[in-house]
Design a protein around this ligand. Structure first.
Ligand code: F3S
Length: 773
């Protein structure tokens, strides 16, 4: 590999438009009387219309809905498939905002970087070919397999103080980029398409938790321990709907990459994202990663007060943390908020009756593979090697990017780790996302210790009895030389063959390489700001089972009729129905880019309120020997074949959970035109609107039980809504199977724009029609 120094880059496309943002913020300040937190400054400066969105003096945080425009979008290989297929169907020649695509989630770790990469490229060739061809056609930056993990690459290349950026789901750890003092928010694929098509993106203004840091981290204690400690305090739900904003002198003590680790794991407490005021260490990181012009621009913006909270800004809650009092933590198993201080962990293991051993130690991933992390663990490896020690368990290391990998290699970090038994994996997600083929595959209870961020059951090796304990990379590494869960490297010694004993000195690493980063293999780097090549053919194999072009959904309205066509009720869904019930994950994930195939999972874990069975629906028009009951997707398919529009009756909070757009695409694909709910989860309701499904709410929740499968529903009042009468009353006429007829009142949350989406058949149809004049 080449070890050339990292060149300074042309930063025009990656420098936030600070003057415009500061100008927007000044307009917002005219309406908002309170002092602003940093999170608010970044959000409000990205409002689509800073003069209108916020009502004079009204409450904003936790109340108002903000219409935002991000500056950039990134997506990984799994989520990019459907997002790009949708973008293609909008018919735009290029994306409105810069987009990067990262091939990292589909690479399986087996026996080392080179062979793992070669094998995964063969298995996923058609997906990578598709993504690359779409990137070329639309001028998107394509980071191929082996280039690194999305969040690390974003931090190294695109993140900038004060920026607002989206990363498409499933990407909870997007906030990693907050290490550079920005807001990076994980969104659904459909939201990424909004950004790419210039459609405003809506966010309920989050509350802001202020975390005041003072003091200084002691030896053995790292930023990872800060967030492990905080996860214990806040629990996995404590940050939901909130932004974590750190402030105080302790922030300035941390490296930029250390802050990125803290921001990364804000996801573990459910936070929307995390951020920090601009610091000299952020400036140094921008300089070291070839982005001096961004740093200079950020310096100027900071001097105007844009990159930190106003003096005296108020938070919705303040948490005080004295860094000097922290010790290393080990969190888990099975939940990231079960935080145990290292000094108490041995006792905890004993009390639980677990075997005092673990079967693998893993470091790296997007959370903890910075130069600082890697040089710190290399320091421990060097100490152990000098004492004649090797790791006691398999010790796997995942570099976050090619830049990190190549710099580790140049600075002998890799060889130092390999000397004590490390296996260096490809620059990809690998074991962190379950892409790990253990050669010692376990089925029994066992423990692993990792520097990753998530530790849900089955996540890493598919064994629900593998307990994953989360710790800092240095604690994981030191413990790998013992193989015992009760080993505390701060206080305990290891026996040597000579009969002596050995104790580690506290690790010391370097924030940034003194001779600069080296980029590594040039072929991994996309051309900056690539131009769209409109004549590029998008590569999708005719017989592909994983990819399929999307066909535009048809309009509901024909022959001047402005009401939905009469719909049959497919089923009445009982109780909790999350996006996971509507579109299951697991083995179905490989069909994310193939709507026909993935639709075979529609509602397969939903409960039918008529009979109480899972994945059963009824067909009241069955003929030709067809059974009158079948699986839900089978009945939906029959309706599609008969060109029979249909509707669903659903319970409270329908579509809660993730922002998975497949949960809206799939019913629409089978011909669902309307969903009548006791209530909707807001993000899913918006996704339904985007795909041209009308979400209606019962005015009287008791009406839910009055409608069943096979009943026919007809809307009235929709034509008035389509004509622009905002308060049009929407009613639904129900014709029961037995011929009984009645009408029920309903309500809706459709905005003017969303009414146009319904009229066009989908938001993308609407965008395409605008394009074509
Ligand atoms: Fe990949 Fe794990 Fe990070 S899946 S993006 S390395 S959280």
């Amino acid at each position: 590999a080449t070890h050339a120094a990292l060149p300074q880059r042309n930063c025009t496309s990656i420098t936030p438009p600070y003057s415009a943002l500061i100008e927007n913020l000044a307009q917002v300040r005219a309406h908002v009387k309170h002092k602003l937190t940093l999170a608010e400054k970044i959000l409000y400066s990205h409002l689509c219309d800073p003069t209108k969105t916020i009502a004079d003096g009204g409450s904003i945080r936790g109340q108002a809905y903000l219409q935002l425009r991000p500056e950039r979008v990134a997506m990984q290989d799994a989520s990019a498939q459907m997002a790009l297929l949708q973008f293609m169907s909008a018919g735009l020649p290029q994306s409105v905002v810069p987009v990067s695509i990262h091939c990292d989630h589909l690479i399986q770790a087996v026996d080392g970087a080179k062979s793992d990469l070669e094998r995964s490229i063969i298995t996923n060739q058609e997906v990578f070919d598709f993504l690359q061809s779409a990137a070329r056609k639309y001028g998107l930056e394509f980071w191929g397999p082996g280039s690194g993990i999305i969040h690390q690459i974003v931090l190294e290349n695109y993140a900038a103080p004060g920026m607002l950026m989206f990363v498409a789901f499933p990407d909870s750890h997007t906030p990693n980029a907050g290490g550079l003092g920005m807001l990076a928010i994980g969104v659904g694929g459909a939201d990424a398409v909004d950004a790419m098509t210039g459609t405003p993106w809506e966010l309920k203004a989050p509350e802001v938790i202020g975390i005041h840091l003072k003091g200084r981290l002691g030896p053995w204690v790292s930023p990872k321990d800060l967030i492990l400690h905080l996860a214990g305090k806040l629990t996995v739900r404590g940050g939901t709907g909130r932004i974590l904003e750190y402030f105080g002198p302790g922030v300035f003590e941390q490296s930029c990459t250390g802050l990125a680790t803290v921001a990364n794991m804000g996801a573990e407490v459910g936070a929307t994202t995390s951020t920090f005021p601009y610091t000299p260490n952020m400036r140094a990181y921008l300089d070291a990663t070839g982005r001096a012009p961004v740093a200079r621009a950020a310096d100027k913006a900071a001097a105007q007060g844009f990159l930190s909270a106003d003096e005296g800004a108020e938070y919705d809650q303040v948490i005080e943390i004295n860094l000097s009092e922290l010790e290393p933590y080990i969190n888990g198993p099975f939940t990231p908020d079960l935080a145990t201080p290292l000094s108490k962990f041995g006792q905890f293991v004993k009390e639980q009756g677990w075997k005092d051993e673990f079967s693998a130690a893993l470091i790296g991933s997007c959370t903890n593979s910075s130069y600082q992390d890697m040089t710190s663990v290399a320091d421990l490896a060097r100490q152990a090697k000098a004492a004649g020690l090797k790791t006691k368990v398999p010790f796997l290391c995942t570099p976050g990017s090619e830049q990190i990998r190549a710099t580790m290699e140049r600075d002998s970090v890799t060889s130092t780790l390999e000397d004590v038994g490390a296996l260096v994996l490809a620059n990809a997600c690998g074991p962190c996302i379950g892409q790990w083929k253990r050669d010692d595959q376990k089925t029994e209870e066992n423990a692993i210790i990792t520097s990753f961020n998530r530790n849900f059951k089955s996540r890493n090796d598919g064994n629900s009895r593998t307990m994953n304990f989360l710790a800092s990379p240095t604690i994981v590494t030191a413990m790998a030389f013992s193989g015992k869960l009760s080993f505390n490297p701060v206080t305990d010694s290891l026996p040597l063959l000579s009969g002596d004993s050995f104790r580690f000195s506290a690790p010391s690493g370097q924030d940034l390489p003194s001779t600069g980063f080296t980029p590594g293999e040039a072929s991994f780097y996309p051309a900056p700001t690539p131009q769209p090549q409109s004549d590029t053919e998008i590569i999708i194999r005719e017989d592909s089972e994983r990819l399929e072009l999307l066909e535009a959904f048809p309009s509901h309205f024909t022959g001047g009729n402005m009401e939905l066509p009469p719909m049959k009720v497919l089923m009445r869904v009982r109780g909790k129905c999350t996006t996971d019930h509507i579109s299951a994950a697991g083995p179905w994930l490989k069909y994310k880019g193939h709507l026909t195939n993935i639709s075979e999972n529609l509602l397969i874990t939903a409960v039918n309120d008529e009979g109480g069975e899972v994945n059963v629906a009824f067909d009241h028009d069955a003929s030709d020997g067809q059974a009158s009951s079948d699986t839900i997707p089978s009945i939906a398919k029959r309706f599609k074949t008969r060109k029979q529009p249909w509707a669903l009756i659903v319970d409270d909070n329908y579509g809660e959970g993730s922002a998975r757009e497949h949960a809206a695409l799939q019913p629409r694909f089978y011909g669902c035109n309307m969903i009548l709910a006791r209530s909707f989860a807001r993000i899913h309701e918006t996704n339904l609107k985007k795909q041209g499904i009308l979400p209606l709410w019962f005015v009287d929740k008791a009406d839910y039980s009055r409608i069943g499968s096979g009943d026919v529903l007809e809307t009235s009042g929709l034509s008035e809504l389509l004509k622009g009468i905002p308060n049009a009353e929407l009613r639904v006429k129900v014709t029961k199977l037995n011929g009984q007829v009645f009408e029920i009142p309903t309500k809706h949350t459709m905005s003017e724009d969303q009414v146009r989406w319904l009229e066009a058949g989908s938001a993308l149809n609407f965008i395409r029609s605008q394009m074509n004049g």
